[in-house]
Unconditional design. Sequence first.
Length: 385
Amino acid sequence: MEPRRSWREILMLPGPTDIPEESYRAMGSLLINHRGREFREFHTQLIEKLKKIIGTKQDVFLLTCSATGGIEAAVSNVIEDGDRVLAFVAGQFGERFAAAARYYSENVVVVEIPWNRAPTVEDVRKGLSENRDVDVVLLVHNETSTGALASNIEEIAGECRRAGALLVLDAVTSLGGVPFSFDEMGIDLLVAGTQKCLAGPPGLAIVAVSKRAWEKIESLKKRPTYFDFTLHREFMSRGETPYTPAVTLFYGLDASLDRIFETGLNEWVDRHRRGAQAFYSSLGELGLEIYPLPEFRSPTLIAVKMPEGIRDVDVANIMAEKYGVHVGVGVARMKGRMIRIGSMGMVTAERIKASLRALCGALNEQGMRLDYTSVEGIVEESLSK
């Protein structure tokens, strides 16, 4: 079978990202009995690695599904009919979060946030004061559709606790790309993907559950069959999963996590910050507009507004076909008007330079006059700090 793409091409998508070569090799390993001792030991060690990255001693599960499946798992385990849910929406994935919750309760209140920023502590405090007796708060940590990051999660979690509400956090494009401590932050339920900042294969979702969240989960009269967290906890007590796991994807993720720890977790996370700074400084020098406000700019997802009259899909196609750099385009309200670059996982000067070179070349074909060579030094300087 012919390869789907050349090794010379790179994925700078909002996800999935490229993965280390050793992860590809690991996924070619022989399958093992997922009810046997070898898998139980391997699975337990893999979960322990994830706990270190998440910063928790609480329960963590690795689900065989996409990150969207993880979102479904989260809301279906803590929301039941009649629950009052407060959903903060600042982009497409916030909208999806709220939509998922509506399947389980009709009492979902949406707090709309301008899409060029993320929810703040003040937004959450105001939302909780205006909507009494909230059971669950839904919040996207890093909005993949806009490149806006919500900071001060620990303070936000504190506001939720004081109001008696659980905080369910979408950390799909933030886990592994920003400093994280689930336990210290006071998050109740976290959902992340493997195919973003962790540089793992797509097809798995990560869920972390706090003691407060367990109280709600155990009180539910009905829980989903496949995503029942009490069942996952029971099987995890012996190192297993309730249903057949994607063993080869577990292999690939394990190799990716080993790469992170070999690099050093703090260094891996900080590369995302430095890589984003390289992008933002370069884009500013080139005179291109970054979509989110400066104080909300994501360290993992770079959102660039297209100049008037230039379609994002045309730019993305040129970047892929002529330069071998694959990026995302605008979605929802920003459809047709934005290039989204995923600076996630294996963040290197070479990958950032290739992306900027491709972006400049594509925009120049659309009538602009951008000099890529003017920002090469900026990239090197940012990554060396």
